[in-house]
Write a protein that binds this ligand. Structure first.
Ligand SMILES: *Cc1c(COP(=O)(O)O)cnc(C)c1O
Length: 217
């Protein structure tokens, strides 16, 4: 199956309201262009350096999303072009994104990454941490970022009960926040192996790599 075939199959399996982020990490510009020519305009990367080189080489109407752990000292390299940062996992990082966005005279859309998996290695904020960030006076002074939603990565398992529990946990919090903060509209959850389950549990943005581009090495 070609990248084009994979994409067409994926598009036909999801409703129109679902945003598809094609995760192109480790993939070449040629592979990304094949997806682009099939109509895909949103791509996700997990490394700042790759975002910078791919952004400069590829068409300017691509929306680039940062989906991986982001170090504060690297925000400056992507601030002028990044469309959405999925992986805000601490307040200091958010303040740095705001600072760099201000320098570039723009507003950067962000998602707060919530830790939903039990594995120790996964980054993310707790629900209590999110609540205290959103309530803080300092947060209200950040005029150059916009929190438009939440992101979560479920455990690496094919145990559906565990996945359902983690997705439900995040979706419940998302629904609560939406009532208070009308800007919060995006729920980024679901990858190649669990996107269908994620959508059943409220996801409206999925991040899919290997199902489109093939397995990574
Ligand atoms: C790599 C990655 C994905 C995509 O994973 P696939 O299993 O290839 O679909 C999604 N989200 C994040 C944060 C990733 O790092």
């Amino acid at each position: 199956m070609s990248i084009n075939d994979n994409l067409k199959k994926l598009y036909s399996s999801i409703d129109n309201y679902i945003k598809l982020v094609a995760v192109s990490k480790t993939k070449s510009n040629e592979q990304i262009m094949e997806a682009y020519q099939s109509g895909q305009k949103i791509f996700g990367e997990n490394k700042v350096q790759d975002l910078v080189t791919k952004y400069s080489a590829l068409p300017k109407d691509i929306d680039w999303h940062m989906i991986g752990h982001l170090q504060r000292n690297k925000v400056k390299y992507i601030a002028n072009f990044i469309k959405l940062i999925h992986s805000v996992d601490n307040f200091k990082l958010l303040k740095e994104i705001n600072r760099q966005a201000k320098k570039n005279n723009l507003t950067i859309d962000c998602l707060l990454q919530i830790k939903i998996a039990s594995e120790e290695t996964k980054f993310g904020l707790s629900i209590d941490q999110v609540k205290s960030i959103l309530k803080s006076e300092e947060f209200k002074t950040l005029k150059n970022i916009s929190i438009i939603g939440l992101m979560g990565m479920a455990s690496f398992t094919n145990n559906e009960e565990i996945l359902k529990k983690e997705f439900t946990y995040l979706n419940d919090f998302f629904k609560n926040l939406r009532l208070i903060y009308p800007n919060i509209t995006v729920l980024s959850m679901g990858m190649s192996y669990d996107y269908k389950l994620a959508i059943q549990h409220g996801s409206n943005m999925i991040r899919v790599g290997s199902l489109i581009f093939g397995e990574r090495n």
